[in-house]
Design a protein around this ligand. Structure first.
Ligand SMILES: NC(=O)C1=CN([C@@H]2O[C@H](COP(=O)(O)OP(=O)(O)OC[C@H]3O[C@@H](n4cnc5c(N)ncnc54)[C@H](OP(=O)(O)O)[C@@H]3O)[C@@H](O)[C@H]2O)C=CC1
Ligand SMILES: Nc1nc(O)c(N)c(N[C@@H]2O[C@H](COP(=O)(O)O)[C@@H](O)[C@H]2O)n1
Length: 124
């Protein structure tokens, strides 16, 4: 019998979600700050590199921070990446956390409708 959990589904445990909660926008949308709630997320090596060389997708972090990155996506309305990242990584920018939503995951489809903003070379 087929598993009810899709192959690409990732776990992000409740304990880790509680740790993050004070740093996230409220789930019920009760806060309406004048400026967008913005979270910066990246992985860096001990010598402060983001990648082995420009344009080379490099896995720096492990499974837990990668799951956190996916979960963060579900708690924001948009994802902003640079044009260099779009070209180098062709990232899926989805959220396949079990019970949260997104690509084949179970539960709500929280990541659907997310906005991808890519600054173009002409500054638009
Ligand atoms: N470890 C991690 O967490 C992550 C690693 N990466 C890696 O990073 C690499 C891509 O990074 P990078 O090449 O920097 O590209 P980015 O994706 O960060 O794009 C750079 C963007 O910043 C703009 N920019 C650069 N300097 C300025 C400035 N002074 N003022 C305003 N805009 C500016 C560029 O515009 P313009 O073209 O006009 O100069 C461009 O749109 C890839 O190899 C990717 O794998 C990416 C994301 C996360
Ligand atoms: N959490 C994390 N750890 C790393 O080691 C990384 N290199 C990144 N990079 C970011 O993840 C994007 C890939 O996203 P998809 O899983 O394809 O949706 C990549 O473009 C970087 O923004 N992140």
């Amino acid at each position: 019998m087929a598993s009810p959990i899709p192959n690409d589904a990732t776990e992000f445990p409740e304990t880790d979600r509680l740790f993050l909660e004070p740093h996230l926008p409220p789930k019920d949308g009760s806060s309406h700050p004048a400026l967008p709630f913005t979270t910066l997320t990246f992985a860096t090596s001990l010598d402060s590199s983001l990648t082995l060389s420009p344009g080379t997708p490099t896995a720096i972090s492990g499974p837990q921070p990668e799951a956190m990155t996916l979960y963060l996506r579900s708690r924001h309305d948009g994802i902003l990446i640079g044009v260099g990242t779009a070209v180098a990584d062709d990232p899926s920018l989805n959220c396949h956390i079990v019970g949260v939503g997104g690509s084949g995951a179970m539960g709500s489809t929280a990541s659907q409708g997310q906005l991808l903003l890519i600054p173009l070379p002409d500054g638009t």
